[in-house]
Design a protein around this ligand. Structure first.
Ligand SMILES: Nc1nc2c(c(=O)[nH]1)N[C@H]1C(S)=C(S)[C@@H](COP(=O)(O)O)O[C@H]1N2
Ligand SMILES: [Mo]
Length: 435
């Protein structure tokens, strides 16, 4: 009879040394059996009905998140996941992405520096400068933007380029986001292209460069916290906005009051908050956030964990396909005898639409097709829903994955490892316990 010695709890071992835990639990035959199966069940808190399908080399979802994340509550917000206080970075717990339109109270916060002081006086007097490769540089107030150009409202995704970063192996530097550095609020403003056309683009106009009023952590007023830009094609896209309102209200301070850019579907870092200046350049912008490995990804795969200066990398633009589960939390318990669970979530795919969401509760042997709404406009997320049936009580993992209109699907592991950790969108997983 094969013997498996488990010298410490499986859970402890997974936390400490996942590879060794895996080798011990799965043994040479690569399947959970005998004592290791019992130990796994004990650690997970229930029998594992689909243990035979449990893949070796993948940490059980119940262990993957470690201890519950630390929360932080700031004014006007629900408690969000604390990803650092200086600068302030808050992640939305996945289950708080359940609203069709993300309210300000649940929106993730990503700051590279310190937000400016709250405005006193009329926010409509805030000035935006447009200069560089234009015929008529503009200095225009929000009030003038409102009256001179067509006002539009769209529901738009803003997603941090590093969303999902914590799924990279090995770990990369940067905020260890899970899936919650994403929002989909209703933004009101004017099209950037209308304003650029009013300024008159010179034939040399190639790229935008954005500046905001937040303050570099060093305190140096002349040092931008972040200054990214986009190719002119994206700036001229009809959903690229200069926005002054979110969900029908003035933009909250943390989200860029009183004026910000919104470039939906692309890395959120281009969506400059506290916007003061758009410099039109005759070449690719080279401000902080545009060089080295910052918002840049390998064109051909590099060795995970290797050092790289970013030479030959491409600028991160469109975000990849991703899904979130919003009505069930990782680790949630259900009453004994529960055999059907309703599930609901969101999915989005950068520039594209999502064409399918699939859910598996047996480690990927069978996939259930979920229902999926159409986006309310381009760049809005889609709502998925459906139900799964369970054969018995026990420990299960809900795996959910979206497929984009170009047939790209969330992969089994975070793809294209890169030093700063962009674009990680592996199949998402939530542990559930029945009984
Ligand atoms: N001025 C300024 N704009 C900024 C940032 C910043 O630090 N300063 N962070 C960017 C990044 S990296 C992201 S992901 C989004 C986050 O927007 P939110 O904080 O409103 O959710 O804002 C972008 N705009
Ligand atoms: Mo970001």
């Amino acid at each position: 009879m094969a013997k498996t010695r488990i010298e410490r709890s499986v859970q402890e071992l997974y936390a400490d040394d996942p590879e060794r835990a895996d080798a011990l639990a799965f043994g040479r035959r690569g399947a959970l059996r005998g004592a290791s199966l019992a130990a796994m069940g004990a650690a997970l808190g229930a029998a594992v009905p689909f243990a035979g399908n449990m893949p070796r080399g993948l940490m059980p979802a119940a262990f993957a998140q470690g201890a519950g994340p630390a929360l932080l509550q700031i004014d006007g917000k629900e408690p969000l996941i604390n990803r650092g206080e200086r600068p302030l970075n808050l992640e939305t717990p996945e289950h708080l992405l359940d609203d069709d339109v993300t309210p300000a109270s649940k929106m993730f916060v990503r700051n590279n520096g310190n937000p400016p002081e709250p405005l006193s006086g009329d926010w409509r007097a805030w000035k935006l400068k447009i200069d560089g490769e234009v015929n008529t540089p503009l200095e225009i107030t929000i009030g003038e933007l409102m009256s001179r150009f067509q006002n539009v409202t769209y529901q738009l995704m803003i997603e941090c380029g590093g969303n999902g970063r914590s799924f990279f192996v090995p770990e990369t530097r940067g905020n260890q986001w899970t899936n919650g550095a994403a929002s989909c609020a209703r933004w009101t403003g004017v099209r950037l292209r209308d304003v650029l056309q009013a300024a008159g683009l010179k034939p040399t106009a190639t790229y935008t460069a954005h500046y905001g009023a937040d303050v570099h952590l060093s305190g140096d007023p002349n040092r931008p916290t972040i200054s990214r830009g986009v190719r002119l094609e994206k700036a001229m896209e009809e959903h690229s906005l200069i926005a002054w309102a979110m969900n029908g209200e003035p933009i909250p301070l943390m989200h860029g009051a009183p004026l910000r850019l919104v470039y939906p579907g692309w890395a959120g870092s281009a969506s400059q908050k506290w916007l003061t200046r758009i410099w039109i350049r005759d070449r690719e912008h080279d401000g902080p956030g545009m060089t080295g490995t910052s918002y840049r990804v390998p064109v051909t795969p590099i060795v995970p964990g290797s050092r790289h200066d970013g030479k030959g990398f491409a600028i991160l633009e469109e975000m990849p396909v991703r899904s979130v589960l919003t009505n069930v939390r990782n680790g949630q318990r259900f009453a004994a005898g529960t055999r059907s669970i309703a599930l609901r979530g969101k999915a989005w795919a950068g520039e594209r639409t999502v064409k399918a969401v699939h859910v598996s509760v047996d480690y990927g042997q069978t996939w259930n097709v979920m229902q999926l709404t159409q986006p309310v406009n381009k760049y809005a997320w889609q709502v998925w829903s459906g139900s799964v049936t369970l054969p018995s009580d026990g420990y299960f993992e809900v795996w959910y994955r979206a497929t984009a209109s170009d047939d790209r699907m969330q992969p089994h592991v975070a793809p294209n490892w890169n030093p700063s950790g962009y674009g990680a969108n592996p199949i998402s997983r939530a542990a559930i316990l029945v009984g």
